[in-house]
Design a protein around this ligand. Structure first.
Ligand code: BGC
Length: 747
């Protein structure tokens, strides 16, 4: 009896809870339908248009643009970076357009609005969701005060090729790490409530495969198998939907012959039907029209037909929808129901944002560059910096050390902000030189090269003279901001200009060199690695890069980033990623014969060689997950709760970590799994968990991970999701090429 009573109570509770959950959704959908029923076809088509404000006349908004808003012919704007225009356009939309539908204002607020955080690849190196969330929250608070309530971020393209300029914007090469960051970014941008005036709706982009551009050449074709699509490229996007991202952006590229902006399987079957996404999808800049040069649409009208039928809601800047939707409807190539559904997705988001009640921006510009924002940006720069080399523990330096600061990026406020930092003001940026100026350290600054691509040796002698007077050379170089980002792929990713040459000259002084790199991608350092004692990768560290570098160099803070991408020795190894397949001839290190060791006139044979390059071998410069700190750690006692895993059970994986160095420090304990035999071949390792641990000298801590069957499941070529019985290897350690190992089986 008691049990029945409990059951009834649970049922009633569930019904009430369900009712509560259903109500707002139903109310929302009723509002959407009500609005739709009042809109003319022209207004509906208007909602599908995302426009810029290029039609300005003498610093004013043109009458024709204002009229278009008044007529309800524009749904959203991008890059209206003028608050007067934002206010005026919104006023016209909500007061004078037929159904008073508010506009949304969008912009690329990628890694900060005014306070610029490290580039996203750097943020990924923090392996810290809170750091990522803070960065996007700060960006939203600052940007929303200018009326920007929609950001074109996060960029979630898995990138395995450092030649690609947009790797700078990506979360790196790993789907597990990227999926965690994706959630954090969306949460930060959108805040606790979409209708809060500081909430910016997120846009998961670029859907999909943009990072798989062949050869790392921007916009290039992507060829992605179904298994790769589901196992590698989709997880961060699925995670964005689960976190509530209100919008998606299609990619410029084609995948397997179909440009993303015209791919119905992607936009409708996978995104809406599969992931349950109910927001709206915007094209990338003219990517609908670009289906013509892709060779997929015959003309603009055909492009509109393909994109509308694929399920694309909004067109960025090109006008295929605006010009041709009506005609397509008349010809029966699309239906009014389809248009209604595409418009409903946009209205739903506008309603959720509370724009109908509160359409106007709330000015919180006193928040710009707020102290708390700057502190978070500094923390992010420290947490994303990766210490790659530290011979004889040269870092941290003693603050009495006599330092020669040399290099083209030591004092370049604009360059250290990196790509997509339109609004970050160089005046507020703190360079390393600014930070050194406001500290008591002993330094002498000679640039040596005026910019990162500078090939002139005219100032070398001054730099060498300064080096000779010093105890240590701090060389701050890398890439200017313009060398990475959209359409800025490079085929050679060494330090550009005469930087290597200058480093070699400086090395001749016999003074140790600490190389600090600011760049949008891993930089191949093979030519100079033996000339420098330490390498600290800071990516493009943002507004507070200087103070962060100062604190790390002098040991006030510890660089705690870990590589989110495999760091190649030479560009010729690319694409290079840790979660590759084994091949039938995996590397046998002892049998590797380097090119120079092959006897002259040797008979054609494999020489026992396996899958590698004769000249450079098979190893990267630094593996995925790698990063040093100012102390050392030891991993021991990897213990599994069982050597078998059964359905509905969890396996506990424990490991003991000890700080074996002399100062407190942090490490990222990483758990990798290998499914030894699968129904399709499986990667040699896959990241399935990570935890940050901070320990005092000699302190030990047991870290616990759990694994369930869901962590082992994967998609095969028929898109079947599951896992078969068999043996699994598991490692826990400091990066993807090391770790304590154990085995278990799924039975
Ligand atoms: C980029 C997008 C960006 C858009 C709007 C395009 O060129 O690919 O990532 O959001 O421009 O600026």
């Amino acid at each position: 009896m008691k049990n029945i009573y409990t059951l009834v109570c649970i049922l009633i509770f569930a019904l009430v809870a369900c009712e509560k959950e259903q109500k707002p959704t139903n109310e929302l959908e009723a509002k959407v339908s009500n609005l739709l029923s009042k809109m003319t076809l022209d207004e509906k088509i208007g909602q599908l248009n995302l426009r810029g404000t290029s039609s300005r006349v003498k610093g004013k908004l043109s009458d024709s643009l204002k009229q278009a808003v008044r007529d309800g012919k524009i749904g959203a704007f991008l890059n209206v970076n003028n608050t007067e225009y934002v206010d005026e356009l919104q006023r016209i939309a909500v007061e004078e357009s037929p159904n008073n539908i508010p506009l949304i204002f969008a912009r690329d607020v990628i890694h900060g609005y005014k306070t610029i955080f490290p580039i996203p690849l750097g943020m990924a190196a923090s392996w810290d969701a809170k750091v990522a969330e803070n960065s996007s929250r700060v960006a939203a608070v600052e940007g929303a005060s200018f009326g920007i309530r929609w950001t074109f971020a996060p960029m979630l393209d898995i990138a395995r090729d450092s030649r690609w300029g947009r790797i700078a914007e990506s979360p790196g090469e790993d789907p597990f790490l990227a999926a965690n960051l994706s959630k954090a970014y969306v949460k930060g941008f959108q805040g606790d409530s979409l209708n809060d005036p500081t909430s910016m709706i997120a846009c998961a982009k670029h859907f999909i495969g943009y990072g798989a551009a062949i050869g790392g050449r921007d916009y290039n074709t992507a060829v992605i198998s179904d298994a790769q699509l589901h196992n590698i490229y989709l997880p961060p996007f699925k995670s964005a939907v689960d976190a509530g991202s209100q919008t998606f952006m299609t990619a410029f590229n084609e995948m397997n012959g179909i440009p993303a902006s015209g791919d119905r399987r992607l936009l409708t079957n996978i995104l809406r039907e599969g992931f349950g996404f109910d927001g709206f999808v915007v094209s990338d800049w003219e990517s609908t029209e670009e289906m013509i040069p892709h060779g997929f649409a015959t003309d603009l009208k055909h492009a509109a037909e393909i994109s509308l039928n694929a399920g694309l809601n909004m067109e960025m800047t090109s006008k295929a929808f605006e010009i041709h939707t009506k005609e397509l409807l008349e010809e029966g190539k699309i239906t009014e129901d389809q248009i209604n559904s595409l418009v409903a997705d946009i209205l739903r988001v506008k309603l959720r944002m509370g724009l109908f009640e509160k359409p106007y921006r709330v000015d919180k510009s006193d928040n710009l560059y707020a102290d708390a924002h700057l502190q978070m940006a500094k923390e992010a720069a420290i947490k994303s910096s990766v210490l790659l080399k530290n011979e004889n523990n040269i870092l941290p330096l003693n603050n009495k050390t006599n330092i020669a600061v040399i290099g083209p990026l030591a004092d370049k406020p604009r360059e250290q902000l990196g790509t997509w930092s339109f609004d970050g003001d160089g005046k507020f940026t703190k360079t390393p030189i600014n930070a050194f100026q406001s500290s008591t350290v002993n330094y002498n600054f000679v640039e040596g090269l005026a910019y990162s691509r500078d090939k002139s040796t005219k100032d070398f002698s001054k730099a060498i003279a300064a080096a000779k007077q010093s105890d240590v050379i701090l060389f701050i170089g890398g890439e200017e901001a313009i060398l990475s980002g959209e359409a800025h792929s490079r085929s050679n990713i060494n330090l550009p200009g005469a930087q290597e040459q200058l480093i070699k000259e400086l090395a001749k002084t016999g003074k140790p060199i600490v190389l600090v790199i600011m760049a949008g991608r891993p930089i191949t350092v093979g030519n100079i690695i033996d000339d420098v004692a330490a390498i600290l990768m800071t990516w493009h560290p943002g507004t507070m890069g200087g103070p962060a570098i100062h604190d790390m160099v002098f040991g006030i803070a510890e660089p705690s980033g870990r590589l989110p991408v495999t760091w190649p020795k030479v560009a010729g190894q690319l694409p290079l990623f840790y979660n590759h397949k084994n091949t039938g001839r995996p590397v046998i290190p002892e049998e590797f014969v380097q090119m120079d060791s092959i006897p002259i006139g040797a008979w054609q044979s494999s020489l026992g060689n396996t899958s590698h390059y004769l000249d450079i071998g098979y190893l990267p410069q630094y593996p995925f997950g790698y990063g040093l700190g100012y102390t050392t750690f030891e991993y021991s006692d990897l213990v599994l709760s069982s050597d078998t895993l059964s359905k509905n059970e969890e396996l506990t994986v424990k490991v003991t970590v000890k700080n074996t160095g002399k100062r407190e420090g942090s490490d990222v304990a990483q758990l990798y799994v290998q499914d030894v035999v699968g129904r399709i071949t499986r990667p040699v390792r896959e990241l399935k968990g990570y935890k940050s641990v901070t320990l005092k000298p000699n302190e030990t801590k047991e870290i616990t991970f759990t694994l369930s069957l869901d962590d082992l499941k994967y998609y095969d070529n028929q898109s079947v999701y599951g896992v078969e019985k068999g043996t699994f290897n598991v490692w826990v350690g400091q990066h993807s090429a090391t770790g304590k190992m154990a085995k278990f089986s799924y039975e």
